[in-house]
Design a binder for this molecule. Structure first.
Ligand SMILES: [Zn+2]
Length: 187
């Protein structure tokens, strides 16, 4: 294929969209998708999926079909840099960040790509002592130490939810130990 591109100096922006929580607005779940790296998989898929999620959420909230008790935040920006700034610039946000989920290479047709639905886990013990089904990806990641370990119930909750969804939608759901390298690292 032939592709025409333009390279020019520009200001880098971060877009943040919030759905304010109805009863616990100070608590938030932040979804992030990195916009740099112009790959169709990595990460136009994350940017597009998250846009769809935000639009559907807005539509359901406006129609009073969804009430989110806690604030839902959708953030698009430069990988790691934007999420890191969002975490440290507390005066620019009204909610605490309680959970973060990075959408990086998502929503692909597994029948065509041969890939599975893959969840990278929290820095839990599997990142230090891999055993059983635990396996690092081919792009590696550094070996963690005990002090890096941050287990959290979100890990088990997300895996449980997606295993159920996978059984319903016929996806293969897999996990890999924490390796870092995307927006889940600052979170
Ligand atoms: Zn990525």
């Amino acid at each position: 294929m032939n592709i025409t591109t333009k390279i020019y100096p520009s200001e880098e922006l971060t877009v943040v969209a919030n759905v304010k929580g109805s009863s616990l607005p100070k608590e938030s779940l932040v979804f992030s998708a990195h916009i740099q790296e112009p790959g169709a998989g990595d990460n136009a898929t994350g940017v597009g999926t998250q846009l769809e999620m935000a639009m559907i959420t807005a539509k359901l909230v406006k129609a009073s079909k969804l009430e989110a008790k806690r604030t839902l935040t959708f953030l698009w920006g430069d990988e790691i840099t934007s999420t890191h700034l969002y975490i440290i610039e507390k005066d620019k946000r009204t909610s605490e960040i309680n959970w973060g989920i990075s959408l990086d290479m998502v929503g692909e047709n597994t029948a065509i790509t041969g890939g599975s639905f893959l969840i990278e886990k929290m820095p839990d013990p599997s990142a230090i002592w891999t055993r059983g089904e635990d396996k690092h990806t081919e792009w590696g990641g550094r070996k963690l130490e005990l002090k890096d370990m941050k287990p959290h119930y979100l890990n088990d909750f997300i895996i449980h939810v997606f295993e159920n969804q996978g059984a319903y939608a016929h996806w293969e759901v897999k996990t890999n130990p924490f390796e870092g390298g995307s927006d889940h690292t600052p979170f």
